[in-house]
Design a protein around this ligand. Sequence first.
Ligand SMILES: [Zn+2]
Ligand SMILES: [Zn+2]
Ligand SMILES: [Zn+2]
Length: 144
Amino acid sequence: MLDSYCKVLNKNRFKVTRQRKAILEAMEKAHGVHLTADDIYMDVKQNFPEIGISTVYRTLELLARLNIVHKTSFDEGKFRYEFCEDEGHYHHHFVCNGCGSIIEVEEDFLHHLESALEERGFIITDHKVQLYGYCPECRDRHTE
Ligand SMILES: [Zn+2]
Ligand SMILES: [Zn+2]
Ligand SMILES: [Zn+2]
């Protein structure tokens, strides 16, 4: 996994520096979690105390540009990062208003909507969906 990301960097003439590698490793370790730049910074800093938060931001921007990571805003005023998926289309997210957990939603019914629009002559390149509500653990506390 990590190797293929390093190859993408090399192919685009970016060096796989120790810090870039450490950032990729921190993200791989937290697989399935949607990390903020701060989370990644706190992790990488343990082995690279000299790293600055701006290096983390710049690296994440670079990784996003190379389609290695995907960044999403969950209306918290900051981005969260995760690795891109191979299949191309990005999954959707459910955000719990109770505990704040971010859950990946694999179901996707929007392709029907896309084809309906395409029949009318539109070209749809992508879509984004974020669902909000209460997860099964929180629902009882928030619904009567
Ligand atoms: Zn919850
Ligand atoms: Zn996700
Ligand atoms: Zn979708």
